[in-house]
Design a binder for this molecule. Structure first.
Ligand code: FES
Length: 63
């Protein structure tokens, strides 16, 4: 089994992890287990903490 990897997109700010990840609350209680999650780093997602692709429109407007 390989180590999980974290990919950070410096342009959009999105953060993608590889492998199975347990999402837990501040007390460590399991909320859900997901595969290859992609988190929002731009602040525009309507599905935080996950990336919903909203950064694409935001980046288009900046150009
Ligand atoms: S990084 Fe924020 S919506 Fe994708």
């Amino acid at each position: 089994m390989s180590n999980p990897k974290v990919f950070i997109n410096p342009k959009s700010g999105s953060i993608r992890l590889t492998g199975t990840v347990d999402i837990v609350d501040s007390e460590g209680k399991l909320i859900e287990t997901i595969e290859n999650p992609k988190f929002c780093g731009c602040g525009h997602s309507q599905e935080k903490p996950f990336c919903d692709g909203s950064h694409k429109g935001f980046l288009d407007k900046k150009d």
